[in-house]
Design a protein around this ligand. Structure first.
Ligand SMILES: [Zn+2]
Length: 285
């Protein structure tokens, strides 16, 4: 069955049974409706933890099954044949949507150009892990989908695991690109990330921007970004609360390297322009 149609039917059944309404992150049932689509799906703002989440929610098991086989997202999930992979590597992914040049520039600005151990959390088939490795980091990838993880390891040639327990030791960088919007519990994922980071380490994440500033600038694009594929719709409001007491930088891309360098030196939290479609979350531990 078409994934979107199945999603609609599942939503309707869950709506009727009133199951799956609680916040997937903190379990609270107190929320306000922030947006709606397809009649049955709603975007709720948790009144306890400030998470924007889609209801009806999916269980962790439903999500794990979905990402094993059904999840399709073009370049992100399609595994290239060997000739294409050789070509992509030769061109260092230049000109593709997975060209990490700008992400790497941001990371260099945040780390003061230092290298170290980096965890690429949700690495898909390894295109980013490979580029980060080429840029000098000692990379480890984590990917929940076994076929994509096996491809990253066996074809792309990066160190990657599909089991979280296999991620041992600590890291200087926790990196994730378009992953946190998919995870079943965002607070557990953040707790995992910070437990893995060394003192002085950098958390860098790119996600669809749920922020009010983007909603006001372009409601239609904002409205498109939550739903079946994105159960969490993360925004500055949620992160300000979650990251209280930590040095954070929240902005939407493009972010200037100079702004990041200034933030890293200042030892205090900062916010940039949040009107773009992609949110950048930087934390210095
Ligand atoms: Zn909550």
């Amino acid at each position: 069955m078409n994934a979107r149609l199945k999603f609609l039917i599942d939503c309707s059944i869950k709506r009727l049974t009133r199951a799956h309404q609680a916040c997937p992150s903190c379990g609270s049932v107190k929320s306000t409706t922030a947006d709606r689509k397809y009649v049955v799906a709603r975007l709720e703002r948790c009144l306890e933890c400030d998470l924007l989440y889609r209801t009806p929610i999916s269980s962790a098991e439903e999500q794990a099954r979905y990402y094993q086989d059904a999840y399709k997202h073009g370049f992100t999930t399609d595994l290239p044949d060997s000739a294409s992979l050789t070509e992509l590597k030769k061109n260092r992914f230049n000109g593709t949507e997975k060209d990490y040049t700008e992400r790497i520039q941001l990371l260099k600005a945040a780390t003061g150009d230092k290298r170290g151990r980096l965890l690429d959390f949700g690495c898909s088939w390894g295109y980013g892990t490979w580029q980060l490795q080429q840029a000098g980091w000692d990379t480890v990838g984590f990917e929940i989908s076994k076929p994509r993880c096996a491809y990253a390891r066996d074809k792309v040639g990066v160190n990657a695991h599909d089991d979280l327990d296999a991620i041992t030791g600590t890291f200087d960088v926790f990196f994730s690109s378009h992953v946190l919007e998919h995870v079943p519990s965002i607070t557990s994922t953040l707790a995992f990330a910070f437990s893995k980071l060394n003192k002085g380490g950098i958390f860098l994440s790119f996600i669809p921007n749920g922020s009010e500033a983007f909603r006001e600038a372009d409601y239609e694009s904002w409205h498109q970004l939550w739903g079946l594929d994105h159960p969490n719709f993360l925004d500055d409001k949620f992160f300000v609360r979650q990251l209280a007491g930590r040095q954070s930088f929240l902005a939407s891309t493009p972010v200037s390297g100079d702004a990041v360098k200034a933030w890293a030196a200042a030892r205090q939290s900062a916010k940039g322009d949040l009107r773009g479609s992609e949110l950048v979350v930087l934390v210095k531990v």
